[in-house]
Write a protein that binds this ligand. Sequence first.
Ligand code: SAH
Ligand code: SF4
Ligand code: F3S
Length: 472
Amino acid sequence: MTATSLRPLTPPSEPGLDQIRRSYWITTFGCQMNKADSERMAGILESMGYDEATGEFDADLVLYNTCTIRDNAEQKVYSYLGRQAQRKRDNPNLTLVVAGCVAQQEGESLLRRVPELDLVMGPQHANRLETLLQQVDSGQQVVATEEHHILEDITTARRDSAICGWVNVIYGCNERCTYCVVPSVRGQEQSRLPEAICLEMEGLAAQGFKEITLLGQNIDAYGRDLPGITQEGRRQNTLTDLLHHVHDVEGIERLRFATSHPRYFTERLIDACADLPKVCEHFHIPFQSGDNELLKSMARGYTVERYRRIIDRIRHRMPDASISADVIVGFPGETDAQYRRTLDLIDEIAFDQVNTAAYSPRPNTPAATWDNQLPEAVKVERLKEINALVERNARERNARYLGRTEEVLAEGINSKDAQQLMGRTRTNRLTFFSATSADGHHYQPGDLVNVRIDAVRSFSLSGTPLPSNPVR
Ligand code: SAH
Ligand code: SF4
Ligand code: F3S
């Protein structure tokens, strides 16, 4: 860890100040990995005696947990930081922290850009927040971005939901997709031990959590850095083994996992998902492009044919499974014909949801240096067209729910209507329903409820709880 001072040292806090409770504010950008890290950092801050502030501009400590997957994500952070830097000039006791992927990418140069910063910390240092803040308190500007073995977390995360929780199972990514900044900001793969994962899940079950999503940037890589080969010569500690292992955690009713990589998505895994009742029938498997040449230049390591076979196999075992994915348009060299193959694949598979993105050149990635970049206008045009297709597909896929009864896990009150609960189907459809059934039963967050679906929209459903619920 480096302690850098590019500005005069601020004196340690005045005596007496420690007694006043300080408040914190965290804004999280980016993916579920960052959300999970933010929950852990919030837990650390609360264990240090911080209270959550009422807003970003009232807080004594502001932490931005940042994302750099595309340029617009990175730029957003600088505009947020500008406002806080201004505030800090009037209020030197404000502590300003940049965590996450921009912090890792930019490191010390962030201090040059925003000298008001107190702490710049990469994602591998999330669990070390307390130690790092102690160094800040002694008057240093701190940059923590070196490769770090991620310690098991001893603090309790402050989780946003009391029903659905995230559990990291593997950090980092060893793939080298030519467009992607993640390996350089998240570092080498580090799998957590199955026992540690189980222990965390048992703790969550004891607190009343009902659904767990196992998290990794490339979750199918889980365990390849852990020891263990079976007598039959098969690798142990795969994601499939882990699913079997954590399935026994009592009180947890539903399991999900993300993000899957088509290169490693095995038949064994599909069978486990079909056979294990707690594993929900929703799969997020990014395909990125519908053209084999492009997949090759992206270094994805699979073909469109393989992707189709995975989806066929999933639908063969779980006919109603919902499938979502990520796709990039406007990758360097993408011809119109190649782009059309992506559209065709989307139409053919009939995805439930697809996250779309226009290619954005990223620092330290091979594709950013190629000279066959497409004009911005072409990327924007393709993005618009593909978004319309995705939305049409989503609407058509959602139509199948009309009149059906779905098991919904109630997660909370609908923020727009206090008489309603919101939750998700097993296939991850956001669903709103009345908190009271016709026979007068009141449902609570945490209940599994059979809901008859009365209305379908592109991205959500509404329905009526059946009498004589909950399911369990
Ligand atoms: N690990 C996952 C995805 C991680 S990043 C996977 O392998 O698929 C989330 C998504 O952001 C990616 O799936 C991709 O669609 C998109 N993305 C990543 N880098 C990008 C870039 N340089 N430009 C545009 N989109 C990008
Ligand atoms: Fe990025 Fe590829 Fe790793 Fe996904 S698998 S995080 S796209 S390098
Ligand atoms: Fe963004 Fe980092 Fe996640 S770059 S998508 S927050 S791993």
